[in-house]
Design a protein around this ligand. Structure first.
Ligand code: ADP
Length: 240
């Protein structure tokens, strides 16, 4: 494979460590991570529970600080930014999706998405974002009237409505069965293909690696391997 030019790199880390000190005991959540996420790619992060995946994603997304090492988003160094600058970075560039959807129960799907579009500089209309995730017919439903998979797709619509350059997803299908999980993955896959949104997905379900451009395996706070898929499966071809 041809080496890619540096400009293709969206996130880069160099020697990132994260140490949690609880009393006398030090836990190395990350023990020296050098990583690159490439423009337009969908990367799957695999590895056992406790191997450091969430910690890394939170540092990339500016939700947390590294203990040591350096982190760049394109030309911008995140390391050393204060919380206010990190908040601006998140707002301008990053969409997050977590295992639990964090929707406002008293608001409809459309209103949940509008919470974000009301404050973003160049947002999609909530209807457009919900249409992209296949929920154009559920605009006025409340979270309690939707399945877990539908609620997660509302959360995805909310994340993409501000047109972020990157989507960081921490176990987006973790609370879903395989069938509804596939619909969530299809939404992520579609966004990646149509908008070229650079996407990172943490998952326990190893089969999901088959839809990725690139698969990074974590072990004990380190990267154990990086693989590039020559061919990718569509989410509906994946079962777990
Ligand atoms: P993964 O996402 O791969 O399951 P995490 O990044 O959540 O792994 O956790 C990596 C390690 O860091 C684990 O040993 C975990 O217990 C520890 N850890 C994570 N967050 C904290 C915290 N806030 N305080 C103390 N230890 C933590």
């Amino acid at each position: 494979m041809e080496p890619r030019p540096q400009s293709d790199i969206v996130f880069r880390t160099e020697g990132v460590t994260k140490v949690y000190a609880t009393g006398e005991v030090k836990v190395y959540a990350l023990a020296g991570v050098d990583l690159e996420l490439h423009e337009g790619e969908l990367t799957v992060l695999l590895g056992p529970s406790g191997s450091g995946k969430s910690t890394l994603l939170n540092i990339l997304g500016g939700l947390d600080h590294a203990t040591e090492g350096r982190v760049w988003f394109k030309g911008m160094e995140l390391t050393g930014m204060n919380d206010r600058a990190l908040t601006r970075f998140r707002r301008d560039h990053v969409g997050f999706i977590f295992q639990f959807y964090n929707l406002v129960a008293s608001l409809t799907a459309r209103e949940n998405v509008a919470l974000v579009t009301d404050i973003a500089p160049d947002p999609m209309r909530p209807e457009e974002a919900l249409d992209i995730v296949g929920l154009g017919h559920r605009l006025d439903h409340f979270p309690a009237q939707m399945s877990g998979g539908e609620q997660q797709r509302v959360a995805i619509a909310r994340a993409i409505a501000k047109r972020p350059e990157v989507l960081l997803c921490d176990e987006p299908t973790g609370a879903l069965d395989s069938k509804t999980g596939v619909q969530v993955l299809e939404a992520l896959d579609r966004i990646n293909r149509e908008f070229g949104t650079t996407t990172a997905v943490i998952t326990h379900a190893a089969a999901i690696r088959k839809m990725a451009h690139r698969v990074i395996r974590f072990q004990d706070g380190r990267i154990a391997s990086v693989e590039v898929n020559e061919t990718r499966l569509h989410p509906h071809e994946i079962e777990w």
